[in-house]
Design a protein around this ligand. Structure first.
Ligand SMILES: Nc1nc2c(ncn2[C@@H]2O[C@H](COP(=O)(O)OP(=O)(O)OP(=O)(O)O)[C@@H](O)[C@H]2O)c(=O)[nH]1
Ligand SMILES: [Mg+2]
Length: 219
């Protein structure tokens, strides 16, 4: 028997994403969905971002992991509000999980909300969470082949933070090749080289966030 699915199987996700988007728009909260492989440095980058921005902006963070509160605790240690979602085996966050979590924030009092997605270069990119911006973190030890091998992630993001550039002298990662591969897949995407360890390039990332905030700012 041939079964034709006329229904968008992600309908519920899309409905929840629109619900989230309306909340973010009404509260003028900038929301950035950060995705990467496990260990690329998302939480470390968010720690540095919180340190750099928290005097000027009220920051909230949603942390997505299969298990534990480790990442949320790292953010809370810096004084920012962080809520942990545990997916219990799920390989990505979906908009319904985020919607449920939003009850724990007063969005009127959050200027910038970062969502750290579950470490995975495949599943998270397909799910709209209602954010205004989707970005990818790629790290130098992962190698140059990740952009061509996981094109959906880099097609659907507008910025790649190339993290761990402090390790470039020790590894064979080639930055011009990464830029070339990214441009071939997504000519609109930017790439910012950074090191959460040495802080190299972090000012360029912070400027990017502040410019994004300016376009949806609470005035
Ligand atoms: N050398 C170097 N190490 C880094 C850098 N950024 C993060 N790390 C290290 O990389 C490891 C993983 O960092 P996390 O920030 O936990 O990575 P993550 O992407 O949040 O990991 P998951 O949440 O598990 O997906 C830690 O040991 C960090 O100290 C960097 O710029 N340079
Ligand atoms: Mg993390």
């Amino acid at each position: 028997m041939k079964v034709t699915l006329n229904t968008n199987v992600l309908t519920n996700n899309n409905v929840a994403a629109q619900y989230n988007r309306d909340l973010f728009t009404n509260s003028k909260t900038l929301v950035i969905n950060m995705m990467s492989s496990p260990g690329a440095g998302k939480t470390t980058l968010l720690e540095e971002t919180v340190k750099a921005l928290s005097k000027k902006y009220r920051i909230g963070v949603i942390e997505g992991d299969l298990s534990t509160e480790i990442d949320a605790d790292r953010i809370r240690a810096l004084g920012a509000q962080a809520v942990q979602i545990n997916t219990h085996g799920g390989c990505h966050l979906d908009a319904r999980m985020v919607a449920a979590t939003l009850q724990e924030f007063n969005l009127d009092e959050i200027d910038i909300l970062f969502i750290e997605n579950v470490g995975n270069l495949v599943c998270p990119s397909g799910y709209d969470l209602g954010q205004q911006h989707k970005i990818a973190v790629l790290s130098v030890p992962e190698g140059n082949d990740k952009i061509p091998k996981y094109p959906q992630m880099f097609m659907r993001t507008e910025l790649v933070l190339l993290n761990k550039v402090d390790l470039l002298p020790y590894l064979d990662f080639d930055v011009p090749t990464a830029i070339e591969d990214l441009t071939a897949i997504n000519p609109e995407s930017k790439l910012i080289p950074v090191s959460a360890r040495t802080k190299e390039g972090l000012d360029n990332w912070i400027t990017w966030v502040e410019e994004a905030y300016a376009s949806c700012a609470k005035q």
